[in-house]
Design a protein around this ligand. Structure first.
Ligand code: NAP
Length: 245
């Protein structure tokens, strides 16, 4: 593949995002690794991408900050007109759980700002070149919570359900341009995000009796990002060890 073809992974420094960055490199893409605060982790991901003989670029921006996204991501695209971002993985996300009466306005705004507004902010900048190029793959990392709702996660469930609606609508807008838009809905995956959960207790309700791995999510992401997945669009694919969704 041409060295000018890139995949942009938001929240690529750690967890699922890092595994996805490596998968994109395996597919032959250069990788743009976005992160917000964890520079060392982003640099480790970049090293791992380069070890697979693909170029890696690190872009630090807060996906929730529209001006910053325009300035840093838009600026990179403007300065690198010879490079084309063919794949966008909207992966950055946080959870900040509380029952609704105890949830602060900041918890609501922060979770919606990163997952839902973040998807809008980044996709808005990345989409026009894909449309002009008449090719693209957009994959939004959502959650089982966005499909069934989870108590204690009204903010997170709303954010992910919002992204699912946007995925289905955008898929129909851009299908004729050879751009697919899909969502991946993981159940419980072993990352920093789930490190505080009682895994021993929770596995009892998962038919597969274990948490999933970031690698398993990356493998699915890799398929949806591939040319072979060109007729799959507007879908939400669950990866959850059989948890009813
Ligand atoms: P994680 O290990 O906590 O990593 C989160 C990533 O998001 C980090 O790279 C972090 O960057 C980045 N990030 C956070 N806020 C950001 C912001 N405002 N702007 C840019 N980047 C930001 O999480 P994960 O488990 O890999 O989750 C990845 C995605 O999968 C999320 O959307 C999550 O909701 C979803 N998901 C996860 C699970 C699960 O069980 N783990 C289940 C369902 C869905 P820094 O390193 O700079 O902080």
């Amino acid at each position: 593949m041409s060295q000018n073809k890139y995949a942009l992974v938001t929240g690529g420094s750690r967890g699922i995002g890092r595994a996805v960055c490596l998968k994109m490199a395996e597919l032959g893409y250069g990788v743009i690794i976005n992160y917000k605060g964890n520079k060392d982790a982003a640099e480790e991901t970049a090293e791992a991408v380069r070890a697979l003989n693909q170029p890696a670029e690190i872009l630090c921006f807060d996906v929730a900050d529209r001006d910053e996204v325009k300035e840093i991501l838009g600026g990179w695209m403007e300065a690198n007109k010879d490079k084309v971002v063919e794949v966008l993985i909207n992966n950055a996300g946080v959870r900040s759980d509380a029952l609704l009466p105890m949830m602060s306005d900041e918890q609501w705004d922060n979770v919606l700002g990163i997952s839902l507004q973040g998807m809008y902010n980044v996709t808005k900048v990345a989409l026009t070149p894909m449309v002009l190029n008449r090719y693209g793959r957009i994959i939004n990392m959502v959650s089982l919570s966005g499909l069934k709702g989870m108590p204690g996660q009204v903010n997170y469930s709303a954010a992910k359900a919002g992204v699912i609606g946007a995925t289905k609508a955008l898929a129909q807008e851009v299908a004729r341009r050879n751009i697919t838009v899909n969502a991946i809905a993981p159940g419980f995956i072993k990352t920093d995000m789930t490190a505080d959960l009682d895994e021993k207790e929770l596995v009892n309700m998962i038919p597969a009796k274990r948490f999933g791995t970031a690698q398993e999510v990356a493998d699915l992401t890799g398929f949806l990002a591939s040319k072979n997945a060109g007729y799959i669009t507007g879908q939400v694919i669950s990866i959850n060890g059989g948890l009813y969704s």
